[in-house]
Ligand binder design. Sequence first.
Ligand code: ZN
Ligand code: ZN
Length: 343
Amino acid sequence: MKTLVFLLSAALTLASARAADTLRIYVLDVEGGGSTLVISPSGQSMLIDAGSAGAAGDRDAKRIAAAMQAAGLTKIDYLFTTHYDGDHVGGAPNANSVAHFDRFFDHGEIDPKWEQNNGWEDRYKAYTAIAAGKRTIVKAGDVVPLKGARVDVVASQGAVIGKAINGGGKPNPWCKDAEVKPPNPTENSQSAGVLIAFHKFTFLDVGDLTWDKEMDLACPVNKLGKVSLLLATHHGFYADMSGAPALLWAIAPQVVIANNGPRKGMQTSAYDKIEKTPGLEGLWQSHLALANDKAHNTSDDMIANPEASTECKGNWIRVDVQPNGNYTVTNGRNNFSKTYKAR
Ligand SMILES: [Zn+2]
Ligand SMILES: [Zn+2]
């Protein structure tokens, strides 16, 4: 028995030692919603979006709790809400009951002048109730104080950063023939987004930021530089409302993870655009895109959930980033992993 206790504590020590210099990201499967857990080497953690409410809320809170357990967390320090659509902020109260957030970051007051998902008044009330007294409204250009990593807010409430960051600022050749779309009238356009940097590694999550705002980030100069990892915007360019090639191909992510649902995002046009990204080394998907053929899904090993939502086990995709720039992406379903080197 003593040996077993010793082995267990040795294993725990090993696990925490590994976390001590590693940035870890879990892209949770919330069935086509948003929820991404970031754990800094300092031990501080931030959840970017909290999935949905209602019956889906129990499901999503359980998945957040499971990821916390896998990561050895008993609480999550921050909730960063990109925007107030149901699949991003709806789950916030349920998530708060498992994560006990200390601070809340968001893009500011909800504004009905933007098209809102049904039930927005109740949803917003529930959010502001848990965030009361702990809330910080972020503007583009702000920094979220996550110890051990750099978290730049690159967009918020319809505005994007004025000055380039991350080595960006060069003229962008993809702007010349870029398709321009009219200003998007939905709440998605107000998304707050972050670029998280850890040594050479960078991770971009801009929620459901829309095409017009992506163009503001990309043209005439690319304000974001190149990124290592992109969470495919809007669940994999949902309905082509996001996914402006002038941004995607200029930031040229080495690896893309899509938090798509079985039938939400990652339509064939999204798949094709991602595949054309210069220097792309890997595409991972939360879900098999059921409406697509095999040629428009990534390889089986890199898909976390092959089933429809009713059967889905909610497997995550994890990213472990080392200070030397090596980062390993792991599929929670089959433990398949690949290691990349941040450029
Ligand atoms: Zn699923
Ligand atoms: Zn969404």
